[in-house]
Design a protein around this ligand. Structure first.
Ligand SMILES: [Zn+2]
Length: 298
């Protein structure tokens, strides 16, 4: 099959020129309808609409729905991170090198690339395999309403490919570090630094202990690293600070090692360094590491 770039771009355009940020269900519905229609036209695909609650519709498309095993599952997401109005403000445009617009690379082109791959496949090869294409409506908020469904389908799949572009050179990504982000809120007791400083409990001093303790949890050899990246606190130099806040980023290859780090800092929050100061720990984000195994290599 020859590749016609202009035809590709014209097929991409209606997927870009609509607002379909996560939870914008009308837009998601339109993307789902547009994508489903492409498979209908191709023929031979069983198209199932999956209810993803308030995130809207997901699509599960198979060529052998009766088969217990899926040889290759391909995943893509239909949502973007952009608010309503973005498509009108900056609809799809192109120059000699690139296409621009909300979701061009993340990841409407990925959804379309799957379709192009399938259209271009030899029919005998296609018929010899059990394929499943899943498109979820809420990846940008961590697939909150579609995770269970995707996992349940993936259990039957021998191979799973995510069709989102990842590296500028087109490389396939088979490994990714895990990431977690914590917010630490320190609550002490304010006091005038001149008149009665002994009555105060410094939230910033507590935070200082934490920063040093957190730094000791880093292990460059194994790749588990912690970074206290943002701190704030205090109201004035003449006041013992009652409040402080720190944001900590954790990266890791080893999910078990991360679990230990998580355990340690949760335990630290139970036992503050300074009497009279309390610490609230919130994990704001978390994604486990994707570590390649022998199966990945295969
Ligand atoms: Zn994406």
């Amino acid at each position: 099959m020859s590749f016609d770039l202009n035809a590709y771009l014209e097929e991409l355009r209606p997927l870009i020129n609509l607002d379909c940020g996560t939870l914008t269900v009308e837009g998601i519905e339109q993307v789902a309808n547009t994508m489903a229609a492409k498979y209908e036209v191709m023929g031979g695909w069983d198209i199932k609409r999956v209810d993803c609650g308030k995130a809207g519709t997901g699509l599960e498309i198979r060529n052998k729905p009766e088969s217990d095993v899926i040889d290759v599952m391909m995943i893509g997401h239909m949502d973007t991170v952009f608010p309503v109005g973005t498509a009108a403000k900056r609809p799809m445009s192109t120059d000699e090198k690139r296409a621009y617009g909300p979701g061009v690379s993340d990841m409407k082109s990925g959804l379309l690339n799957i379709v192009y791959a399938l259209r271009g496949m030899d029919k005998d090869v296609l018929d010899s395999m059990s394929l499943c294409i899943c498109m979820n409506p809420d990846e940008e908020i961590g697939s909150l309403h579609s995770e269970e469904w995707l996992k349940s389908v993936a259990k039957s799949a021998r191979h799973v490919l995510v069709a989102e572009s990842a590296r500028a050179d087109g490389s396939l990504v088979k490994a990714r570090k895990g990431v977690a982000r914590y917010k630490l809120t320190f609550k002490g007791k304010a006091a005038h630094a001149g008149n009665e400083p002994q009555k105060g409990r410094s939230a910033i001093s507590e935070m200082a202990h934490w920063i040093l303790a957190i730094n000791t949890l880093t292990n460059f050899d194994t790749g588990t690293t912690l970074n206290v990246g943002v701190v704030s606190g205090g109201e004035g130099s003449n006041i013992v600070p009652a409040d402080a806040e720190a944001i900590v980023d954790v990266r890791f290859w080893d999910n078990d090692e991360y679990a230990l780090v998580d355990e340690k800092i949760r335990a630290m929050a139970e036992l503050p360094f300074i009497d009279g100061v309390s610490v609230v720990l919130e994990r704001e984000a978390y994604k486990p590491a994707m570590t390649p195994s022998e199966k990945t290599e295969a």
